[in-house]
Design a protein around this ligand. Structure first.
Ligand SMILES: [Zn+2]
Length: 199
């Protein structure tokens, strides 16, 4: 068995991930754990090496790490702190005059499905209630967890799964492609575009 085959076998199917994502969204809506006040949920990560504070804000309710790479390293890679981690202030705003530069958010189903190919643990982290981060101000124009409400996201995921089934698209895990009745192949992204355009 070559390396490529091993990778494909380990990759989870769209259906499986969609199901887990829907379960997560339902959990986020109902579980007390996620009932967090998000009005100003900021966190400060202090670099062990240079002392710089990287300030973040949670825009969704979920799990964020205790440690974060120093922003000075992330931004320029010139700072002597290199990849030294920064330690969380556990949501104490120890830098009230500083604006958050990164935000923690829950990725959409579409974004989560794209994570299947990578083996960096991010997919598992998200499906277990974790949040991903992005630079503040980036991607805010696109529909994301901010503009798509939780119930809308769930409805969207279910509709897509139902639409695939109704239209006889079959997922082929070995190829990571979808197959229609005419044996024509599509990527998940192509299929999702078809779904959005309802051809
Ligand atoms: Zn640093």
């Amino acid at each position: 068995m070559d390396k490529k085959e091993i990778k494909i076998n380990r990759m989870r199917s769209v259906k499986e991930v969609t199901k887990e994502y829907n379960k997560l969204i339902a959990d986020v809506e109902t579980n007390e754990f996620y009932k967090i006040d998000l009005t100003n949920r900021v966190n400060c990560y202090t670099c062990e090496e240079c002392g710089h504070i990287t300030k973040t804000i949670d825009i969704d309710a979920g799990v964020t790490p205790f440690m974060f790479t120093c922003e000075k390293y992330k931004e320029t890679a010139m700072c002597s702190c290199k990849n030294i981690t920064s330690n969380s202030s556990f949501f104490n705003d120890i830098a009230p005059n500083q604006a958050p530069t990164f935000e923690w958010y829950r990725p959409t189903l579409k974004q989560v499905l794209k994570m299947r190919a990578k083996e960096d643990g991010l997919l598992d982290h998200i499906l277990q209630g974790g949040l991903d981060y992005r630079k503040r101000g980036v991607e805010q124009i696109q529909p994301s967890s901010q503009s798509e409400t939780k119930s809308e996201k769930k409805a969207h995921a279910i509709l897509f799964a139902e639409w695939c089934e109704k239209n006889d698209y079959v997922y082929l895990p070995q190829e990571d492609l979808w197959c229609d009745v005419n044996q024509e192949r599509f990527t998940t992204s192509e299929l999702h575009d078809r779904f959005l355009n309802k051809e």
